[in-house]
Design a protein around this ligand. Structure first.
Ligand SMILES: Nc1ncnc2c1ncn2[C@@H]1O[C@H](COP(=O)(O)OP(=O)(O)O)[C@@H](O)[C@H]1O
Ligand SMILES: [Mg+2]
Length: 233
């Protein structure tokens, strides 16, 4: 079943007299339950694409159909509801609120999402039981990223969007994060979409999408995706 479909999607930005076409007539179909890796050089349009999938931004033209709904037609309230229930976000620099404890950062979700999961339960899932009373600054980078995954999972979203989720982490810690994310597809049927320029992560992918200059260059299903422990990091 297709979960995300882009039809002739463009997103342009004006910069002074120039117009930057971050995405230029992109077409793509992604399937539910896949571990999807988006590869491409810096400036290719990867984050733009992820932000569009997440309802953080809207296309200049074209349609983005998520689970049967064209989200490019939603008004701001409907988009807020979409972001609160359908998608979880994981960013390179975690984006935790520094003045709230880890438990509070995750439990905040209950204010925006009616079908939220219990904060302690998702903290346990990412191996952070016992850390709920700490503040983000008291955790390592890998622990903070696990907390941000817990926060994303607490919404029980169908789709998890990750922009360079291991970009700030050492290799071993990155592998731990990728294990949790791959498990979300294999054990929980989530769709996980990871933007990266780490080619190794693509070896774990069910589907690899290559982006360059605002164009989708290819979208290929891999025959034999490796589990995280099979990749030679
Ligand atoms: N808010 C913005 N305003 C102006 N230009 C932007 C904005 N966001 C992205 N761009 C430009 O769009 C292009 C694609 O950016 P981005 O999607 O962030 O690339 P990537 O994530 O692949 O590195 C780049 O040229 C970038 O400078
Ligand atoms: Mg980017």
């Amino acid at each position: 079943m297709s979960i995300i479909e882009m039809k002739e999607v463009s997103r342009s930005y004006s910069a002074g007299d120039n117009e930057i076409l971050a995405l230029d007539g992109a077409n793509l179909v992604l399937e539910q339950g896949d571990f999807i890796v988006i590869l491409g050089p810096s400036g290719a349009g990867k984050s733009t694409m992820l932000n569009l999938f997440g309802g953080l931004d809207s296309p200049t033209s074209g349609k983005i159909i998520v689970d049967g709904t064209d989200i490019s037609t939603l008004d701001s309230d409907q988009l807020a509801e979409y972001r609160a229930s359908k998608v979880g976000f994981i960013f390179q620099f975690y984006n935790l609120i520094p003045t709230l404890t880890i438990y509070e950062n995750v439990a905040l979700v209950k204010d925006i999402c009616k079908d939220h999961l219990d904060a302690n339960e998702v903290l346990r899932q990412v191996g952070l039981e016992g850390h709920g009373n700490k503040f983000p600054s008291q955790l390592s980078g890998g622990e903070q990223q696990r907390a941000s995954i817990a926060r994303a999972l607490a919404k029980s979203p169908q789709i998890i969007l990750c922009d360079e989720p291991t970009g700030a982490l050492d290799s071993d810690t990155g592998v731990m994060i990728l294990r949790i994310l791959q498990n979300m597809t294999r054990e929980h049927g989530k769709t996980v979409i990871i933007v990266t320029h780490n080619q190794n992560i693509a070896r774990m992918a069910d589907v690899v999408v290559r982006v360059k200059n605002g164009h989708i260059q290819s979208c290929e299903r891999r025959g034999n995706p490796l589990s995280v422990d099979e990749v030679d990091w």
